[in-house]
Design a protein around this ligand. Structure first.
Ligand SMILES: NC(=O)c1ccc[n+]([C@@H]2O[C@H](COP(=O)([O-])OP(=O)(O)OC[C@H]3O[C@@H](n4cnc5c(N)ncnc54)[C@H](OP(=O)(O)O)[C@@H]3O)[C@@H](O)[C@H]2O)c1
Length: 219
């Protein structure tokens, strides 16, 4: 169980989920550092944490900030619509390698569950192949590298939410991906639940080196 006053580094701390994760960590009494490419704007929106200007694709820009961190949360994203992205395959691979160099053990990162059988027709036939294909292709490269090649010391947990929606939250479920359990779920994840799940996984040290769907049961 994670105690309070831990050192937490959040990639994507200005994003939809990253901001929620930052808030959860602050509420729990942790020392939070946020990564952004635009610290002036970030500081205006969230003055309660330390910000560093860094690019997730360039370890030189954030490596020093990893020293002494107890956990890294990965909430980076890319619209990836017009061109190919490497924010997952290169971004997270470089972060993991840098964590090893700096002796940081715990990573909790979001990708996306895009292969769920409950995804609707519109998503499968249009959104996935025509709009989000670059993102999903890059997630596939990253997760394949982790599964098949990565044998290092970082205890990662990859959370794979479904399409985000707004809502009150509080009734989410988690299950290892590619298992039957989550096939009875909706193809939506409430954003506050995703942030809560990331934090719970850290706090209770759950799902080491696992891939985890997070969503809501049907009905
Ligand atoms: N939206 C959905 O329905 C959905 C569903 C399932 C999974 N997901 C996944 O969930 C994750 C989080 O999504 P979100 O909607 O919270 O993201 P978001 O609001 O689009 O925020 C993206 C974040 O990534 C950061 N970022 C992007 N490129 C970066 C780079 N090169 N270096 C450093 N930071 C970089 C941005 O930081 P700065 O601009 O401040 O640098 C920003 O904080 C994404 O991976 C997304 O694919 C989304």
């Amino acid at each position: 169980m994670a105690s309070s006053n831990q050192h937490v580094l959040v990639f994507g701390a200005t994003g939809r989920i990253g901001q929620l994760v930052v808030n959860k960590c602050l509420e729990a009494g942790h020392q939070v550092t946020g990564v952004t490419r635009n610290p002036e704007a970030a500081m205006k929106k969230q003055p309660k944490i330390k910000w560093i200007k860094a690019d997730a694709l360039d370890p030189k820009t954030y490596e020093d900030a990893l020293v002494g961190q107890d956990v890294v949360f990965g909430c980076t994203g890319s619209d990836g619509i017009k061109e190919k992205t490497v924010i997952f395959s290169q971004g997270y691979a470089r972060i993991i390698e840098a964590m090893e160099r700096k002796g940081v053990k715990r990573l909790i990162a979001i990708t996306s569950c895009h292969d769920h059988p409950n995804a609707g027709w519109f998503f499968r036939r249009f959104v996935k192949p025509c709009i989000l294909n670059n993102i999903y292709a890059d997630i596939e490269v990253f997760e394949t590298w982790l599964r098949k090649e990565y044998r290092g010391t970082v205890d990662f947990t990859i959370l794979r939410p479904f399409e985000f929606k707004k809502g009150k939250g509080g009734k989410y479920v988690m299950a290892e991906s590619y298992t039957a359990e989550s096939t009875g779920w909706n193809y939506k994840s409430i954003d506050v639940d995703v942030a809560d799940a990331m934090y719970e996984v850290f706090k209770k040290n759950l799902y080491l080196k696992k891939y985890v769907d997070v969503g809501n049961k049907k009905g």
